[in-house]
Design a protein around this ligand. Sequence first.
Ligand code: GDP
Length: 444
Amino acid sequence: MAFEGLAERLQSTIKKITGKGKVSEQDIKEMSREIRLALLEADVNFKVVKDLINRIKERAVGQEVMESLTPGQQVIKIVRDELTELMGGENSKIAVADRPPTIIMMVGLQGAGKTTTTGKLANLLRKNYNRKPMLVACDVYRPAAIKQLETLGSQLDMPVFSLGTEANPVDIAKQAIEKAKEDHHDYVIIDTAGRLHVDTELMTELGEIKKIANPDEIFLVVDAMTGQDAVNVAESFNDQLDISGVVLTKLDGDTRGGAALSIKAVTDKPIKFAGMGEKLDQLEPFHPERMASRILGMGDVLSLIEKAQTNVDEKQAKALEEKMRSMSFTFDDFLEQMDQVKQMGPLDELLGMLPGAGKMKGLKNAQIDEKQLAQVEAIAKSMTKKERQEPGIINASRKKRIAKGSGTTVSQVNRLLKQFDEMKKMMKQMTNMQKGKKGKGGGF
Ligand code: GDP
């Protein structure tokens, strides 16, 4: 699961301060020190860490916390706000050209996931925004690259423009754009060549393609798992090409989060998308605020809901959203959702978005314990209708009966009840924090 290591450390640090009615300067100092260590260990750029910690300290010892009635909560809100800001604040949108087609140029080193991301992005543009993209194969040095893009194109049933390996990439880009205009494509996504390292020859070629294609977006694809190397690569590409945004791939395998937390601060270019797996539908818009919530164990209910909306019946998803907001979510809804969630894809990814999920046993190292999930389901199913609607009435004898009925133990029943309760509390907190925050316009 993304950021698991970092999330665990930060959560245990802030837990110490959450419930406190009074927070001293010493508490803040101690917490800042631990956050600093956690971030450095997560491979976040040291200067970025230093600035961040200074800001957190400055705000946390200021009036906004000391004079508040819930200082512990205030401190967490500050950490969350600062992490959000660090990753770029609002989710940034994809450009839409005044006159189509909108041109997106994909750049990056070999192996970062550029070609796969080209396919994923085209898929997302079509699926979420009803666009009609055309893919362009400009990597003429690696014959397999063209083949790979063509395979993706046929999987997606989308056209791929290619002139083989003999043509010049600049000519390919030029002719592709003409063809896209003729065929009324509204997006052109150019997959360019990558190398093992940043080199002048590559940059010169990319610069020439940029000149001829005049792209609306230049997306640099970097591998999150390479940590500070990814940040250095981003700096070089940005210096040479003035990129417009970053796509961070393999976030599904990145337990540390160093690249995600440093790139915006170092390059001043936003992370626009995150790759969450190898499949063509595993690309997500990058939402700094939701990411910060996930890292701090507040879950990411909004992304979960969006996933439900694209994958499952929209009406049901809306009803779920309503229930979560109005706090009337019951074990019946929980069971119904479990069925739907099973259809929505990798369970570890989905559960990772739930508040407090990081603490659930079985989620460690992205390994979902299917048996445990079956037990959870059995427990909920062994409750009576009334118990599912009002878990508050479940007393000791009811617990015994439920445990017996589900083939589990009373302590397992207790654990689930507690988790359910925590989840509802977290949802309430999230909803309160979300209030009044709306996305900016312009693009998607
Ligand atoms: P390119 O050389 O930059 O074009 O890289 P490719 O698109 O060929 O990808 C390299 C490898 O990374 C392939 O095995 C992809 O399946 C894998 N990959 C790409 N994006 C992701 C991602 O978000 N998560 C995971 N787990 N693997 C990815």
